[in-house]
Design a binder for this molecule. Structure first.
Ligand code: SF4
Length: 378
């Protein structure tokens, strides 16, 4: 393993030190930002950070380049926008991702779950919930421990990660049922030395019983959406999830925003595609199939830069192929396999085909200083 495991998730109150300053991770409540909240984030990113904002794979908004001196005024401003939890424990616990295609019922459930989590027992730092309750699940590739989905007939299901089936629940009982499932996870031995995931516990053949017993299959999953107009508004993407503060401010002026785990933002109610700098609105843009983490110098763990290389290779990426350039084998930008993964190492770029950044690479390492063409790899 060539990277450091933090063992905790950075947040806004507990930011992470990086090569370009502190990274402040904001969790928009229910995945939504009002116009005022979004423009507030854009403003503090300019004033107290370096103007660079990132969308994370867990539907969070990260403000980069914050300093120890500017952190306190940044938090104070974001608190006025109702974007900061009472303390680190509450911030850590509120690990909920909500589908951007949510309806009023799903938002009610998200708020009920958020309230219920205030009384939740202590869970591992990365333990999370997903509310993927549209007509069909769209976030099956996004990791979580407890999921809400719908069956083909619309029945609301509570599903433990690792189980194929879910337990039917009513909307009124759903939040408490999720907490009961989290409690079962703890009592069934899901945590060792403060760490543990639901899927690991389920893999041991442990199963919840009674009302939480899995019984019904969720509706067949849909693939990750592409930029375009959807029922809820306009969905736009950003290369590598990076968005500058001015663009976020301009987007905020168009309507309330929903943050997705796909490094895309949905502007509610917009019926036309906005044309702003750095925004991807073409669903065939090959940059949508290219992933790259922050890399060097902004990440202290990186063995080399990533995004310029990913951008130049992506422009010739064969149709349907995916590319991942990672600054180390942690693979923060893309936890799934890619057709081609290049990982920066102290010796050069290692090559992994059809695998993840953490997989064993091919033996030959390539020099990052030589110009490369994507055709070398396919
Ligand atoms: S994958 Fe990239 S962002 Fe994550 S720790 Fe490694 S270099 Fe840093």
């Amino acid at each position: 393993m060539s990277f450091k495991v933090q063992g905790w998730c950075p947040g806004a109150l507990r930011p992470m030190a990086s090569g370009d300053g502190l990274v402040v991770r904001v969790r928009p409540p229910s995945g939504r930002l009002t116009e005022r909240q979004a423009s507030g984030i854009a403003e503090v990113a300019q004033r107290y950070g370096n103007g660079v904002i990132e969308l994370s794979g867990r539907a969070n908004v990260q403000i980069r380049g914050v300093t120890p001196e500017t952190h306190a005024p940044l938090i104070s401003t974001l608190r006025k926008h109702d974007l900061i939890d009472a303390d680190v424990a509450a911030e850590t616990r509120r690990n909920i991702i909500v589908t951007p295609f949510a309806d009023a019922r799903t938002y009610r459930l998200a708020e009920a779950l958020q309230r219920a989590l205030g009384d939740a027992p202590e869970l591992p730092g990365k333990f999370g919930f997903i509310l993927d309750c549209g007509a069909a699940p769209v976030m099956t590739d996004v990791q979580a421990d407890i999921r809400f989905e719908r069956a083909a007939d619309g029945t609301l299901l509570l599903r433990a990660a690792g189980c194929d089936l879910g337990a039917p629940v009513t909307e009124a009982a759903a939040a408490e049922a999720a907490l009961a499932l989290a409690q079962w996870f703890l009592e069934a031995g899901g945590v060792t030395e403060g760490r543990g995931r639901m899927a690991q516990l389920i893999a041991t053949s442990a199963r919840p019983e009674g009302q939480l017993a899995p019984a019904i299959a969720p509706a067949p999953a849909q693939s990750q959406p592409l930029p375009g107009i959807v029922k809820q508004g306009a969905l736009v993407a950003f290369a590598f999830g990076q968005i500058d503060a001015d663009t976020l401010g301009a987007l905020a002026a168009l309507g309330p925003l929903r943050v997705t785990p796909w490094r895309m933002i949905l502007t509610e109610g917009l019926t036309w595609m906005p044309n702003l700098p750095g925004l991807i609105s073409d669903p065939t843009d090959p940059l949508l199939r290219a992933h790259a983490c922050t890399g060097a110098p902004a990440c202290l763990q990186a063995h080399g830069p990533t995004r310029d290389l990913a951008r130049s290779l992506a422009s010739h990426l064969p149709e349907g192929k995916t590319l991942h350039v990672s600054g180390c084998s942690k693979g923060c930008a893309w936890p799934l396999p890619a057709d081609l993964t290049l990982v920066a190492t102290p010796a050069g770029l290692s090559v992994i085909r059809d695998g993840r950044a953490s997989d064993t690479p091919e033996t030959a390492v390539i020099s990052p200083s030589e110009p490369r063409h994507i055709s070398e790899f396919f």
